[in-house]
Design a protein around this ligand. Sequence first.
Ligand code: F6R
Length: 521
Amino acid sequence: MDCMGKFAVVHNGIIENYRELKDSLIERGHKFVSETDTEVVSHLIEEEYRGDTCRALLNAVKKLRGSYALAIISQDEPDKVFAARMESPMVLGIGESQLFLASDVTAFLKYTRKAIFLEDGDVAVLSRDGIDLMDFEGKKVFRDVKAIDWDIEAAEKAGYEHFMLKEIHEQPQSLKAAIAGRLDEFKGTVTLKEVSLTEDEMRNIDRIVIIACGTSYHAGMMGRYVMEELVGLPVSVEIGSEFRYSHARLDDKTLIIAISQSGETADTLAAVKEAVRRGVHVIAVTNVVGSTLSREATDTVYMMSGPEIGVAATKTFTAQVVVMYMLAIMLGCARNTISADKASKVIRALKSLPQKAQQVLELDADIREVASRFRDSASFFLVGRHLNYPVALEGALKIKEISYVMSEGFAAGELKHGPLALLANGTPVIAIATDSELYDKVVSNIREVKARDATVIAIASESNKTIDQVSDIVIRVPDACEYISPIMSSIVLQLFAYYIALGRGCPIDRPRNLAKSVTVE
Ligand code: F6R
């Protein structure tokens, strides 16, 4: 609410420039009662108000940067709801004698199937007389009323056959949400206001321990590589169920980062509780606000992925990786272990990621076609090096979870130490061979595999002209720096796993024997 309690605002999204706005509003005498970015909206409207809420809203939105779906009510016009949309979903429902406003049709599908999807830059006024739609200049706009023919379940899946596929395709938005308001490319800085460590405290840390299970553990492995490079500290990644029984040294110079999508994984929680009891600073990385982990940890950084229903983690994995990169930059800046140039380079790469993820998703049909050729394979090998090693592990986990096919990920350099013995004529080996410092080494490893007559499916960079000489099939992803191409490759593998499982008729969203959150030891 504003100072007078006249306007109440509901907001989905992030106001990126809220700090500047808040500071200047405070200078002009506004009193804030929360730490939220949302509160600036009500105060801005209050400031612009001259007896016409719609006009005040139109003036206020011009000052906002970021993503928002806003709904506003005013004491002076109690029979109206005002709304505005920018880069955050907003849909209006038209019932018999009601109007609805929501971020998703599923919220009102029980009452009406007629909906108007607002577009970026739309403002709507809902009243007894109907809906007035306009742009940010107040000029009338027209939007079609769409008839929604999905049943509730299909609507929740936005027309996708499975939640998993929907969630894979949501990654451009979830990645955008993960970075929104947190990156400053020009200063080369990351702001994670949830982290309460002072710069001095960050400088005092002498080792980082990352704790997680399953997919989150793979995100932790990626975080480790990046932290070792950018933060210059020893970093270990520990499986929750192992760490809770270890005798690891923990003290006030240790920083623990606990990653858990659900925030309810018993093994991760047990390790965190013990660490907090011993006085260690714990940063939780989770997607679920109010989860047990967020309550136990010292600080919580949210992934902002929105709900993930499919048991197999997809969009939360890529968001976890992005949060780990951001933590690495933040710690590196505080400790002076990362140059401003390097920080800006990684930040630029992160900012380009939503768009790159979109380009990868456009390969959906190609990946489906490749997967259809391997639907009946009895096993898969996945190999990669450095950041692509955890990507291989994660790809293998996705395949085994939802299609029940034996699949294993390996550090490509490890093949010759044993796993090569398993290769037979035609065994599919997925090699992650995007551009990186270790590219040539990966090619050598692919040659070792080819020499055993395995079938190589390479994931390579778009501009790579030579990989075809050592591979049977190539899936090309857009050229990108070595920090974000692994995230793109993991999206390819999510789709590959999905289509293998689909081809085999598996219950993709609810694989046998698995649960979305593992709350038992
Ligand atoms: C894999 C998967 C699991 C979870 C693991 C940890 O797709 O979903 O491996 O990653 O159970 O769960 P969280 O992240 O909730 O702690």
